[in-house]
Design a protein around this ligand. Structure first.
Ligand code: SAM
Length: 281
């Protein structure tokens, strides 16, 4: 359902995170508001978080806290791989994940985003996207990631799933069939990292996902990181590999100048709280 985040007067944008709770942003200016074939795309200006991207009324990216999410989605996998040369990003139309991947000495980075309008909107309103897209190593593909991985002949060292929540076009990107296919696109020693959802609100999703991931991968791991504007502020990611155990890594290849991620954060991220451990079994 192509839901808006804006109230009638367009003075406030809000995301209902649960039926009775959520987050709101006072609107200084509505910068972009269009409905694409896939979703409602809104970008507002807010006093605290700067520009905020909503898809179907759900917060995707804010200028103030996007680095928490993009660094934790990208670097644990990229830094754990001995030499990631070919990287695939599924989703990620705001370009934050691509920007982080290009901080590593990769040969080629593919971004497969289903909605060209999201890229158009973010190109106009988020200043990090254009430089990333015009980097000679970046390859942009507008299309369904679930179809791309079935048709591509390429194989990848690292695959990053920067999807939205399991609603609308993103639903398939959280399903077993997608991961089973994704695994066949990995080069030997390859790693998959994916956004998995809220630590607090999506525990049943995590339990269901780990059940099928355990049947597929030698080292299926969950790790955590804060994202202030995401539901309840603590986000889960999955780290999937047959060759690399992220908790046993002595050497991490970390680019200079990161704002959040470092070797201590890496180790701490894989330390899970008891309630999640028991939920994951
Ligand atoms: N970090 C955000 C989050 O966790 O909610 C996700 C950000 S990113 C903007 C999500 C992107 O995935 C959106 O631009 C959306 O259009 C794209 N997307 C959704 N379904 C897709 C699919 N099947 N194939 C490729 N991209 C898809």
């Amino acid at each position: 359902m192509k839901r808006s985040s804006l109230n009638k007067g367009r003075t406030e944008a809000r995301e209902l995170q649960t039926p009775t709770s959520g987050i709101f942003f006072k609107v200084r200016k509505v910068l972009y508001d269009r409905t694409s074939a896939f979703q409602r795309i809104e970008i507002i200006e807010n006093g605290e978080y700067g520009r905020v991207l909503f898809l179907d009324g759900l917060v995707q990216t804010t200028e103030k806290d996007e680095f928490y999410y993009h660094e934790m989605l990208v670097h644990p996998a990229m830094a754990s791989h001995p030499a990631p040369r070919k990287v695939l990003i599924i989703g990620g139309g705001d370009g934050g994940a691509l920007r982080e991947v290009l901080k590593h000495p990769v040969e080629r980075a593919w971004m497969v985003e289903i909605d060209g309008r999201v890229i158009e909107a973010c190109r106009e309103h988020f200043d990090w996207l254009e430089p990333a897209l015009s980097d000679g190593r970046a390859e942009l593909f507008v299309g369904d990631g679930n179809v791309f991985i079935r048709e591509t002949k390429e194989k990848f060292d690292v695959i990053l799933v920067d999807s939205s929540d399991p609603v609308g076009p993103s639903t398939v990107l959280h399903e077993e069939g997608f991961y089973r296919k994704l695994r066949t696109r990995l080069r030997p020693g390859g790693i998959i990292a994916a956004q998995a959802g809220s630590l607090v609100l999506h525990q049943d999703q995590h339990a269901a996902k780990i059940r099928f991931l355990r049947r597929m991968f030698e080292h299926p791991r969950f790790y955590l990181g804060p994202v202030p504007t995401y539901p309840v502020g603590m986000w889960c990611y999955s780290f999937l590999s047959d060759a690399v155990d992220p908790t046993a890594k002595k050497v991490l290849r970390i680019p200079e100048g990161l704002m959040y991620y470092n070797p201590e954060v890496h180790r701490a991220a894989f330390a899970l709280p008891n309630f999640l451990k028991s939920k994951l079994g």
